[in-house]
Design a binder for this molecule. Structure first.
Ligand code: FES
Length: 348
């Protein structure tokens, strides 16, 4: 049985390949027609040097000039030598185009359109070749808007990679192409095309407590992460706390889904807040009012944040003011109803 290896490129594209236990990642890439950078193929030149985000492997044979012990200890690796012991996520230091590949295109059929509230719609798709679609929990795809001349929007999966159907959460924006489609025309049976997956915002191995922060429909990728944790086969090794902030009560969706995860996922807790002063919510205001140094475990914590740019900046400023630096700060900024290219994922 082969392992799944996710190759993440500098342009945000991720491609998944299958790598046998005795096969090098470079050979598996070559078989999949993905030309990752290679020269000596012998562990001597360092041309293929990449970074392993997660997973375990045998690093193979190489010389210090290609990869130092210090680099290997920090997670750098040589795909021409390494063989997997588990599924892997690698960061390849070049673009997908340079490797003669690009985001994959998938076709699907709409199976459900859920008008959760006047401001938020969910859409669920049955992908024609589900087995060919791999993604990491938290990643997004560019979805073509049916009935338009090639318009597309970026949406993060709200479902986990192991679920047969894939779903997305869409914020309804007056006049927006996808919003207009979803509120006026969408129905089960419609055909949809999307490309991806994309992005560096995805759940890493849970090596320490995690704080998940969602703004509005930024909840979607965090739901995908929770689904992954809930179906991992063993309980999370560390506590996970989620804070979900929205503008008005109408924007609140999936609270019952979060409650369901809290019931089945040991160590998972959550709270929500609404900025609108007229809200019925117990917590009024912003997520920054709901966490301090304790929730950041005094820095021994990985933060995952998905929300609009103003929220990302507010959270950054709040963490800086607390004087507590989390071990990792992964974030995804989005701007509703703008072109796919405006959804920017990053991390530090
Ligand atoms: Fe030379 Fe991998 S290609 S070290």
């Amino acid at each position: 049985m082969g392992y799944q290896v996710a190759l993440g490129f500098e342009d945000g594209t991720t491609r998944f390949i299958t790598c046998e236990p005795a096969e090098t990642v470079a050979d598996a890439s070559y078989k999949a027609r993905i030309n990752i950078p290679l020269d000596c193929r012998d562990g001597a030149c360092g041309t293929c040097k990449s970074y392993c985000e997660s997973g375990s492997y045998d690093g193979g044979d190489y010389i210090d000039e290609a990869l130092t012990d210090d680099e290997a200890a920090r997670g750098y690796c040589l795909p021409c030598q390494m063989t997997p012991h588990s599924d892997l996520v690698l960061r390849i230091p070049t673009t997908s185009a340079a490797c003669k590949t690009g985001p994959a295109t998938h076709t699907a059929t709409v199976t459900a359109v859920d008008r959760h509230s006047p401001t938020t719609v969910g859409i669920t798709l049955a992908v024609d070749d589900r087995a060919a679609l791999g993604f990491l929990p938290g990643q997004y795809v560019n979805v073509g808007v049916p009935g338009t001349d090639g318009e597309s929007r970026a949406y993060s999966f709200s479902t986990g990679p192991g679920q047969e159907r894939v779903s997305f959460l869409v914020r309804v924006v007056e006049g927006g192409a996808m919003s207009t489609y979803l509120t006026e025309r969408a129905q089960a049976g419609d055909r949809v095309t999307f490309t991806g997956p994309m992005g560096g915002f995805f759940l890493r191995e849970l090596a320490r407590p995690a704080l998940l922060l969602a703004g509005g429909t930024g909840l979607a990728p965090l739901l995908s992460m929770l689904e992954t944790l809930a179906t991992a086969g063993s309980p999370p090794a560390h506590p996970v706390h989620l804070l979900y902030g929205v503008t008005t009560d109408q924007d609140l969706v999936h609270l019952e889904t979060l409650a369901d995860y809290a019931a089945v996922l040991p160590g998972f807790t959550f709270a929500h807040c609404v900025a609108d002063g007229a809200s019925n919510a117990a917590n009024k205001g912003y997520v920054t009012a709901l966490f301090g140094a304790d929730e950041l475990h005094d820095g021994d914590c990985d933060v995952y944040l998905c929300g609009p740019p103003a929220m990302v900046e507010a959270v950054r400023a709040h963490i800086d003011a607390l004087g507590v630096e989390p071990a990792h700060f992964h974030y995804e900024k989005f701007t509703p109803a703008v072109a796919a290219a405006d959804l920017v994922g990053a991390g530090r």
